[in-house]
Design a protein around this ligand. Sequence first.
Ligand code: PRT
Ligand code: MG
Length: 214
Amino acid sequence: MGCIHIALAKGRILRDMLPLLATAGIVPREDPATSRKLVLDTGDESMRLVVVRAADVPTYVQFGAADLGVVGKDVLMEHGGEGLAEPLDLGLARCRMMVAEPRQLAQQDDPSSWRRLRIATKYPNVTRRHFAAKGVQTEIIKLYGSMELAPLVGLADRIVDLVDTGGTLRANDLVEVEHIADISARLVVNCAALHMKSSRLHAIIAQLEQVVEK
Ligand code: PRT
Ligand code: MG
């Protein structure tokens, strides 16, 4: 029987996910937060964790290099979800994807009159799709982090970013002006693996489902 690989990213999802995995009986033999190993054995010798970059989780699962993965809905939406099933909302790492802009601009801005926007974001695909559906043209500037800086230095008028407490926006004198999506961590499964390793994968999904419901 082949080994099951679960792809996880370091950072907040891993931190929240480890206790949940432990409750479902999946415990890595080394602490993934500190270990330099990228493939970690667990107490169950037929199950391993693979540690990858957050944005790479969907790719590993799509190509079957991992059977399962845990990833933010933001990353999943940006990837497109091809070849993946999304059987479970894990309810972790919750936040929202928002359009934000400088407070000053917001005072005389009307989102219903938007026709053409210059937007900095880590999520070009989601941003383009969101605005295309509303008939708004976008010039998108792709960034890899710290989107909040872009309007402060004139790189873009607006940003599309994740917001949790709102503290980062406030600290940079930005305000939320439009909601794009509610975000949380999702369990994803390789579609082909779901058929070929059906009983094992369904058992793991059911185990996690039970833990999430508690
Ligand atoms: O670090 P790396 O580039 O490898 O990946 P990553 O930055 O995507 O990883 P990580 O661990 O930072 O985030 C993983 C996932 O957590 C994201 O894909 C989201 O699904 C989820 N998540 C939940 C968040 C937040 N909340 C969040 N608040 N990801 C990022 N933030 C950032 C946000 O981008 C902004 O800069 O926190 C800031 C806003 O927070 P507040 O509380 O000030 O509003
Ligand atoms: Mg990060």
